[in-house]
Ligand binder design. Sequence first.
Ligand code: TTP
Ligand code: MG
Length: 358
Amino acid sequence: MDPDKQRIILHLDMDSFYASVEVNRNPSLRGKPVIVGPDPKQGSGRGVVLTCSYEARKFGIHSAMPVSTAFSLCPQALFVPPDFPAYLRASGEVMALLRSSGFRFQQVSIDEAFLDISAAGDYPSARVWAEGMKGLIRDRLGLTCSIGIAGCKLVAKIASDFKKPAGLTVVGPEEVQKFLAPLPVRKIPGVGGKSELALHELGIGTIGDLASYDPGKLVAKFGRSAIALHEAALGIDRREVEEHRETQSLSREVTFESDTSDPRVIIPTLDALVEDVFGSLEEENLSFRTITVKVRYQGFITRTRAKTLSHGSRNKETLKTTVSTLMREMLDERKIRLLGIRLSSLEKPVAGQMQLGF
Ligand code: TTP
Ligand code: MG
């Protein structure tokens, strides 16, 4: 018997998370196009949109778009500067509610988590439980989320994205193929623009096309990773919800909407990445030793540079200075497509060191 049939996995993802936190504490923003990002300065501002409310999305605005473009699409939008500590606090509250359910729980990013709710017994009961959790998050925290329920992580994640915002999509064991088949292949997590194009060249547009494609031919074209891709299209994913996964590394990256060599775009973006990754480091109460900066230049050439400190550090200034030194070594005349930061060799400081913030 297919082991996936016995499991009931729930994936929850907060709706327009940073923007919703802003709306929640400033009700005058409710119902309006709200953009979290740097000041667009009437169209001359630099930097990218972190996220925006669903009202703003109607204007075509989305994460990673330059704020200048967002401004030209919707000059009346309300731009709010990011407040990472507030987003981490809200995230902590959501995760605490989920954790308190007693189901096996795994947080996967600031605003999403998996729960193994097999113990709910059956899919109708799982749906009732999910409605209850959505209500609790809305009533206690003033925030909305979208939930997907299915027999594995992969399908649950695709399902949570299916009816955003405030959606609840349950894909029962018998409905997996019917649910997945019409969706575009990019709905499979990890299939980005480049893979999507390569699949299109083979005449594969939907997940159904991919599922019925000869897996041998896929492997011949893309290598062994195509096996997992083909299984994903069939809705097969054996990964468990891992409760106590040790954090191996913390990373953040951002892709620019158009390639850039402008330091006025690159520097604030790096600052935001530092803030974001440092926030997660503090939340998990870890120190780092290795800092890696990743740059993808125009033409998909990717380079990384890393520095390992002699001792674990929890100092934001050390992080900032190291990141900018590493970055300076990588800047040349080439335009940049993607920037990323990774912290690794993570350690839990012993209790006595925790307050020092060295
Ligand atoms: P997402 O869950 O991808 O986006 P979202 O919650 O804003 O909207 P959705 O309703 O579609 O889920 O990301 C969670 C938060 O992470 C988001 O609120 C802001 C941040 N983020 C960035 O800073 N940069 C990005 O490029 C993306 C995609 C997200
Ligand atoms: Mg989200």
